[in-house]
Design a binder for this molecule. Sequence first.
Ligand code: ADP
Ligand code: MG
Length: 322
Amino acid sequence: SAIQNKIAAGEVVERPSSVVKELVENSIDANASQVEVFIEESGMKQIRIVDNGDGIHHTDGPLLFQRHATSKIGTDYDLFQIRSLGFRGEALASIGAVAKVTVETNHMEGNPVFIRFEGGKLMEQTPGKERKGTDITITELFYNTPARLKYMRSMRTESGKIIDVIQRMALAYPNISFRLILDHSEKVMTKGNGNLKEVISDIYGLNIARHAVAFEAEDADFRIQGFLIRPEINRSNRNYLNISINRRFIRSFKLSQSIINGYHTLLPKDKYPIAVIDITMDPKLVDVNVHPAKTEVRFSKERELNQLLEKTVRSHMKGEML
Ligand code: ADP
Ligand code: MG
């Protein structure tokens, strides 16, 4: 029902930055090599994502904003085999329930279509322009949830959170070109040529990228790879620890702490490194289903992973000091 949708929406789309994250994940899942994000007034006025991905079949269009209508999950077993970023089929339903949305999309096997929704209801469907990919625009976010709207209007930090989301996505997907424009000013621009060091340069600047050192480690269960930048190069906070699991960026206090511990035997305590790390593992070892936003995860072999990460950072660090 409409009320259920509004309640569930609160879990998935707490704020504009979570809307941006869900939409960009959909573009990545659709094999886009280029994702452009246009934000106005911290996303409260407009969030627009343009991708060159596979597009949405015109017959799926009207279903997009129905809860679970498109879920990819067939059985419980599938939950542990997740390879795409989305899987609950509830992001668009949640967003659609609390905003006005237009989608223009073109699928290889379909006709281009333009669709307009309001509060989850289909308002308009007409033939769309010939194009490759999907162009989705969210306006008047939270227009029908006054408490949330009021709360968001009082926030000052949302632009920073949106930049953070796109930066983390760009660092996890060096082969996708990302562009973020906030109120007509370009905040993120990556080329998508697969060169992670260039992405680090695009995001943190040339000086930091010059100090980025590649590292890699592997055991029976995990493969860790990425770049580390020595703490003395960094501004001193933890926010520059970018960790992704199978290219899904996550927040993990313990994994962050393992990186810091790897350094702290050798360096002063108030300095933090920059890290861009992807950990590859069997999807069965990670449960991303803890929270709808999917940034919190649980591991089956958490202690082993933390130990491997700390050990890897420590020996990398020692190698660099020689
Ligand atoms: P999920 O990602 O969990 O499947 P969503 O609600 O985020 O659920 O999206 C629903 C479906 O809409 C996706 O599974 C996908 O088929 C389609 N979709 C959404 N955005 C795009 C896009 N940018 N390009 C192609 N398909 C899309
Ligand atoms: Mg999704």
